[in-house]
Design a protein around this ligand. Sequence first.
Ligand code: SF4
Ligand code: SF4
Length: 444
Amino acid sequence: MSDLKTFKGGVHPHDYKELSREKRIEDYPLPSSVVILMSQQLGSPSKPIVKAGQEVKTGEPIAESTGFVSIPQHSSITGKVKKITEAFTPLGTISQAIEIERTQDDIWFDGFQQLDIEKTEIDVLKKRVQECGLVGMGGATFPMHVKLSPPKDFKIDTLIINGVECEPYLTADYRLMLEKTESIIKGARILMRILDLTKCIIAIENNKPDAIAIMKEKTASSQGIEVIALKVKYPQGAEKQLIEACTDRQVPSGGLPMAAGCIVQNVGTTYAAYQAVVEGKPLIERICTITGAAVPENGRKNLNVRIGTSVKEILDYCKVDTNNIGKLISGGPMMGLAQKTIDTYITKGSSGLLCLSRKEAESWEPEPCIRCARCVDHCPIHLMPCLIAAFVEKKMWEEAQKYNILDCIKCGTCSYVCPAKRRLVQAMKLGEFEIRALMRKKKA
Ligand code: SF4
Ligand code: SF4
């Protein structure tokens, strides 16, 4: 076990995956309505191309991209556009959105023909990924077609399929690897063709032995695809840490993973690429883990749910008494986003709905730093969180930047290990927000 690959730093939080790991993927019933956000991706928001009263089929484009780093959106049900409205994003900001009421069961839009993985031209495959609105589904929501278009000066030689799912509680990717193994492998083949690569690593943490075994079995005759078991450690699934563990290469400070010759795609995104190409299905649904102490045992699930479904309705379906929720988190407890309201909607980045109990969500007052350096020892990026947080507190932006605050991946490890319960990751987020605002102002 000790020779398993990993990265330097990190922590070992209890993963709580036992709450939902045995729950097979279940289709959530077709919702009576959906609210599809125009800002559910990194980059510029999408622009509606439908009007109130217009009838739409499942998978039909309803919004166009507004730039290269943007995506189109598609109706996730068959129905009528009720209105162009606004809704909260998981970040707590407001986004333009399209509300659609379902009028019948799925009638599929027939504009996306099924394509052959090996015979279709590479440009056509790439265009399909773009047209189908694919984004990174591990939570980053970066448009997939942008990652698949590396600038010519980057020499890419390895595709890494990220099956780590190191966030505690989440089991959506794990179930997908067990239940859609061959489709994920075909998705990896599509990405290898688009990138013109002969080497692909499927990386999985060693706490998912059955997923590792089935991936190894199904890739045994697949040339160029290797399955690697990684040491269980958080944040093993973060791109830079994953690249270090899989290839022994370091992503330079301020650099993109591409600078280390690698492109990383999550298993959910890889499966979505398979669906887009082989099944002609745009990204209109995803697997979402419903879990946490505030969810009864029979309500904990891995649901295949349509994009735009009401979070409130999903919690009802999972028999969650919302009065018992101390904190609702979109995603996992380390990198997820605490929600201000349950009046939100599933987006392409909704990997989980974590319902913590009131006791678990009790807040604490931070105490003065005792200079123990635990945050420094465990930071996977080798930053000095205690020092940077002190700079942020004093609005010393230049100093914070000098100590590489912009390299922080917001993994929360520093906050997790701090005995004084200092709000370190919050300081990192605030500092980056302020520094980027200043940079934009300067540029303007
Ligand atoms: S400083 Fe950033 S990268 Fe380092 S542990 Fe804290 S959140 Fe993670
Ligand atoms: S872990 Fe907390 S108490 Fe220790 S040095 Fe870092 S901020 Fe200070």
